[in-house]
Design a protein around this ligand. Structure first.
Ligand code: ADP
Ligand code: MG
Length: 231
C-alpha cells in the first residue's frame, strides 16, 4: 500500500493567552493521498491556519501526530525538519510575500539559490515554472509591475521551485478579486498534473471548493468529509 502524502491522527492544539484557552484543534484526523487537490474549509477562526502550520512543521501539536510522506513531523530533529520543509513542502500564503526589488524570475530563483542549484539548471527551472504559471513573458518584471493575480502566480512558481511533494496554500485568494481567484484552481490542477505535487488549500471561498478533488470541513476542531459543492 502506498503511503498517504498527509496522515493526521487525533491532532490537538490549544492556544493560551493569559488565562484564556482557545482549543483550535480538538482531535483532527484525516488522510490525503498523493496527487490530490484537497480543500479544507471552515469559517474564520476554525483552525485552518493552525492545521496547515502543523502539516508544514511550522508548529507542533499538543497531542496527536501528523505524518508527511510517512515521516512523523513532530518527531523530527530540528535539522530533519528544516530539510523536510526545504525539500518537500512548498507554501503559498494569503499575501504573496515576494521580494519587491527582485524580478519575477529572480523571486522564483531564490529557493534554487538556497540549495545551490547550478546556474544553468536554475535558469531552466525558472523558465519552466514561469511558463507553467503563464508568466513566461513577465520574467523581468518586478512585483509592483504585476497584477495581484500575477504576483500570486509568481508565488506559486516560487513555492514549486525545489520540487516539493506537497504544496500548502493558506487562503490563497484572500486578497484577489473573484475573477482572478477563479483562475487559481485550474492553475493548481495544472500544477498537480505537471509537477505531480499534492495540494492542500485552506479556504472559505466557495468558488474554490467546487473545483477541489475533495473537501474536508474543519469545525469544532475536528475534520469531517464534506460534499463538493456545485458551482
Ligand atoms: P483560521 O485560519 O481558520 O482562521 P486559525 O488557525 O488562525 O483559524 O485560528 C484558530 C483559533 O486559534 C482562533 O480562535 C485563533 O484566535 C486562535 N489562535 C491561532 N493562533 C494563535 C496564537 N498564536 N496565539 C493565540 N491564539 C491563536
Ligand atoms: Mg487562517
Amino acid at each position: 500500500m502506498t503511503e498517504p502524502m498527509v496522515a493526521a491522527e487525533a491532532l490537538t492544539r490549544v492556544f493560551r493567552t493569559g488565562d484564556v484557552e482557545v482549543p483550535a484543534l480538538r482531535g483532527a484526523s484525516f488522510t490525503i493521498p498523493a496527487g490530490e487537490l484537497v480543500a479544507i474549509k471552515g469559517r474564520s477562526g476554525s483552525g485552518k491556519t493552525t492545521l496547515l502550520n502543523l502539516i508544514g512543521g511550522l508548529d507542533t501539536p499538543d497531542s496527536g501526530t501528523v505524518r508527511v510522506n510517512g515521516r512523523d513531523v513532530g518527531a523530527l530533529s530540528e535539522n530533519d525538519l528544516l530539510a523536510l520543509r526545504r525539500d518537500h513542502i512548498g507554501y503559498i500564503f494569503q499575501s504573496h510575500g515576494l521580494i519587491p526589488v527582485l524580478s519575477a524570475a529572480e523571486n522564483v530563483e531564490v529557493p534554487l539559490r538556497l540549495v545551490r542549484t547550478p546556474p544553468a539548471e536554475r535558469d531552466e527551472r525558472v523558465r519552466v515554472l514561469l511558463s507553467l504559471v503563464g508568466l513566461a513573458d513577465h520574467a523581468a518584471q518586478r512585483p509592483y509591475e504585476l497584477s495581484g493575480g500575477q504576483r500570486q502566480r509568481v508565488a506559486i512558481a516560487r513555492a514549486l521551485a525545489n520540487r516539493p511533494r506537497l504544496l500548502l496554500a493558506d487562503e490563497p485568494t484572500g486578497q484577489l478579486d473573484s475573477e482572478t481567484a477563479a483562475a487559481l484552481m485550474p492553475l493548481l490542477h495544472a500544477v498537480v498534473s505537471s509537477e505531480g505535487v499534492t495540494v492542500v488549500v485552506a479556504t472559505h471561498d466557495g468558488a474554490l471548493l467546487s473545483e477541489a478533488d475533495r473537501v474536508l470541513n474543519l469545525q469544532d476542531g475536528k475534520i469531517t468529509e464534506a460534499p463538493i459543492p456545485t458551482p
